[in-house]
Design a protein around this ligand. Structure first.
Ligand code: PLP
Length: 213
């Protein structure tokens, strides 16, 4: 169930940023509730759940984000159903999207800013050359970078990882004379730090939901 009060409070304090509701913990009724409150950017992690929820909500005006890891073999069935992808992380995925997408797709390049082996994303030193490659795919429109910080209460460590992502964006803009504006960073545990480091897209999940009683 959606925590309406908390969600409204978050909308107030994040004015000017986009909240992408991570709805893997919820069902389509929860998403409908979020749209009623004023959150119409919805992010899903899994292809099947995304397609089911989109079908159930086809009468609502929603901007659909895919925020989870995307397997190449699943691209074909979903890539024309989304508005934005937060997990562009490899060349083979570029190829697959180029093959199946019918119009340019807004993408965030996912960067492994925590350095943890279990996390997806390009290593920071691969990002520049990967960005350069994206420029020859007309179905890929890179709008920003996405990253997930270490899950810790060490705020200085989290901040250093978000700053790394912000600096990479600045480097791309400088080197390739681009105007990439977006940073998808900040979750329930660390969104305040992300805002201070220049986040434009907060991917918020558990904080929007009421704890089970
Ligand atoms: C679940 C999820 C989130 C939100 O996580 P919370 O900590 O619940 O806010 C953000 N991004 C991705 C990719 C997720 O899978």
């Amino acid at each position: 169930m959606i925590n309406v009060e908390k969600t409204q409070e978050l909308l107030e304090i994040t004015k000017g940023k986009t909240i992408v509701a991570a709805t893997k913990y919820g069902n389509h009724t929860d998403i409908s509730r979020l749209v009623d409150i004023g959150i119409d950017n919805i992010g899903e992690n899994r292809v099947k759940a995304f397609l089911d929820k989109k079908e159930a909500l086809k009468d609502r005006k929603i901007i659909w984000h895919f925020i989870g890891h995307l397997q190449s073999k699943k691209v074909k069935q979903m890539i024309n159903e989304i508005d934005c992808l937060h997990s562009l992380d490899r060349l083979s995925l570029l190829e697959e999207i180029q093959k199946h997408r019918t119009k340019p797709l807004k993408c965030f390049i996912e960067v492994n800013i925590s350095g943890e082996k279990s996390k997806y994303g390009l290593s920071p030193d691969q990002v520049m050359s990967f960005f350069e490659k994206t420029q020859s795919y007309d179905k890929i429109d890179v709008v920003g970078l996405m990253g997930m910080a270490t899950y810790t209460d060490n705020e200085a460590l989290i901040k250093s990882q978000f700053d790394l992502l912000a600096n990479l964006k600045a480097d791309i803009n400088k080197k390739y004379k681009q105007n990439i504006e977006c940073l998808s960073m900040g979750m329930t545990n660390d969104y305040q730090i992300a805002i201070n480091s220049g986040s434009t897209h907060l991917r918020l999940g558990s904080i929007l939901f009421k704890k089970e009683e």
